[in-house]
Design a protein around this ligand. Structure first.
Ligand code: ATP
Ligand code: HMH
Length: 269
């Protein structure tokens, strides 16, 4: 491997026609970090800041072909997975990820879009739990996703910690449960590291409806920092700082849940 190669990540996810979430957010985030993003397109959505109007999944063989093309040529240093659509696509992506050594894998188990549209079929949950979580260096569910995966209700930070233990038992090495859906004045994300220690990230909640793609941006920023050689705890904290900056400096696009300001400068540690 040529050490001079530019840092490269792979995002395996869905395209958002309105540009704010999914692969579009991942690509914007990678560029902001001066990291090169390759993409495996699993789904294409007809979507805007109001919601999701349509979804098309790519043929399975074509998803595999995209993986092979990338593996034949690029030097991927970290992976992020996002919207995977249904059980057969989840199983296939897991199978492809097992084939190649693309470095650490950040699994964002995307299930539902901001407007409530399903981005993952109900019968795919088992495949996410059994096939994808054991491959995850880090899994980054929001609270509803963590509830579905662990079959427990989450109403507090203590519940988030308990759910994080369960997700680790299911095979994820490290767990980040995002607290955006917990009704509190402050937002708390809970991270359970592989060594059993907790990291808690607490931030004020900005009053804004422009939060389309926050989860994607957070996970893509973590993958980008990992590709740049940062340790996981440092990558998570730098990614969170970038995310907060993208939320706090609004850009006015669309009429519903608008996209983030991905142009904001990434601060280093
Ligand atoms: N209004 C806000 N102000 C500050 N931080 C926020 C706000 N909304 C979300 N966040 C942060 O963004 C991250 C993602 O939040 P959330 O729990 O909503 O994830 P998500 O539902 O996966 O996002 P999405 O579905 O939009 O991709 C968390 O770290 C959360 O703290
Ligand atoms: C394509 C796509 N992926 C992920 C999300 C979740 O933010 C979304 N809304 N759309």
């Amino acid at each position: 491997m040529n050490e001079q190669q530019f840092p490269q990540i792979l995002t395996v996810a869905g395209i958002d026609s309105s540009g704010g979430a999914g692969i579009n957010a991942d690509v914007a985030t990678a560029f902001a970090h001066h990291v090169y993003p390759a993409t495996v397109v699993v789904a294409v959505t007809a979507q805007n800041t109001y919601g999701v109007q349509g979804v098309e999944l790519m043929p399975l063989a074509f998803v595999s072909q995209q993986f092979a093309s990338i593996a034949d040529d690029l030097a991927i240093k970290a992976v992020k997975t996002g919207m995977l659509g249904d059980a057969s696509h989840v199983r296939l992506v897991a199978q492809e990820l097992r084939k190649y050594n693309f470095g650490p894998i950040v699994v964002d188990p995307v299930m539902v879009a901001k407007g409530g549209a399903k981005l993952l079929a109900d019968d795919a949950i088992e495949a996410v739990r059994d096939q994808l979580l054991p491959l995850a260096t880090l899994v980054t569910p929001n609270i509803p996703e963590a509830e579905v995966l662990t079959q427990m209700q989450i109403n507090s930070v203590a519940d988030m910690q308990q759910a994080a233990y369960k997700l680790q038992k299911q095979g994820a090495q490290n767990v980040l449960i995002k607290g955006g859906h917990l009704l509190q004045a402050e937002l708390t994300d809970v991270v359970l590291m592989a060594d059993g220690t907790f990291l808690t990230l607490t931030d004020r909640k900005f009053t804004t409806k422009r939060t389309h793609g926050t989860g994607d941006t957070f996970a893509a920023a973590i993958a980008s920092q990992l590709a740049l050689g940062k340790s996981l705890p440092v990558a998570i904290q730098l990614a969170k700082a970038y995310l907060v900056a993208t939320i706090s400096t609004e850009i006015i696009v669309g009429h519903g849940h608008g996209p983030l300001n991905h142009w904001i400068e990434v601060q280093d540690d």
